[in-house]
Write a protein that binds this ligand. Structure first.
Ligand code: DX5
Ligand code: ZN
Length: 217
């Protein structure tokens, strides 16, 4: 749609220095910070809760893009909203009433996003498309950074970009997993507006050059 949004994920940061990671992301000129929340149940890994978002919020006004990879996301979303994040994205596979939950997130004054894992078809989202601000298409199986992008997932981005156009909708399309300078171009060509990058961002010496490179894909 518009300019490509680059969203580094602090999942690949040094967990003993989240403040430093946030500074690195801001200094690189990134648009958003992506916060990967994992509960050890929806995915086999654990990360952090709303306290981290709240503490980071005091240090920065950059857009906080929360990705909830948790069971029963309805229980934790209000605490992230109170922490001052900007968007809250949950998995359709984890929510009992996704349409109502999207509305509840909007009622909290936040952008509401919905995500699908690689095994979930994009058409599963058909009836929810008018009610979402963002769709996060996972391009790896969620749980860990540093995996390789599954190319078939980009067909779902294409499908959702077509639906957006056909139906006159305006959600953002985000891709998450295995995004780096070699894969970002294909994701943008498929229709992605938001590029989430964890390990690729934190492995380069020059974050600003990386952000520029992804933005210009
Ligand atoms: C994976 C997370 C991603 C992760 C991506 O479950 O949702 O946001 O940070 O990491 P990379 O960019 O290393 O694939
Ligand atoms: Zn994520």
């Amino acid at each position: 749609m518009g300019k490509t949004i680059v969203a580094p994920s602090i999942l690949s940061a040094d967990f003993a220095d989240f403040g430093g990671a946030l500074a690195r992301i801001e200094n690189a000129g990134a648009d958003w910070v992506h916060l990967d929340v994992m509960d050890g149940q929806f995915v086999p890994n654990l990360t952090f809760g709303p306290k981290l978002a709240e503490d980071l919020r005091r240090r920065s006004s950059i857009f906080f893009d929360v990705h909830l990879m948790v069971k029963s996301p309805e229980l934790i979303a209000p605490a992230f909203a109170a922490a001052g994040v900007d968007s809250i994205t949950f998995h359709i596979e984890a929510a009992a009433q996704p349409r109502q939950f999207l509305q509840a997130i909007r009622d909290m004054g936040k952008k509401a996003g919905i995500s699908i894992v690689p095994s979930t078809p994009a058409a599963t989202l058909n009836e929810l498309l008018p009610y979402t601000d963002l769709i996060l298409v996972m391009t790896v199986n969620p749980g860990y950074g540093g995996q390789e992008l599954i190319p078939e997932c980009l067909q779902k981005v294409r499908f959702l970009a077509d639906e957006r156009q056909k139906r006159g909708l305006n959600y953002l399309l985000s891709v998450d997993g295995g995004i780096h300078s070699q894969t970002a171009g294909a994701a943008v060509a498929a229709g992605a507006d938001v590029l989430v990058a964890g390990s690729a961002f934190f492995s380069v010496p020059d974050g600003a050059a990386f952000v520029r490179q992804l933005r210009n894909c």
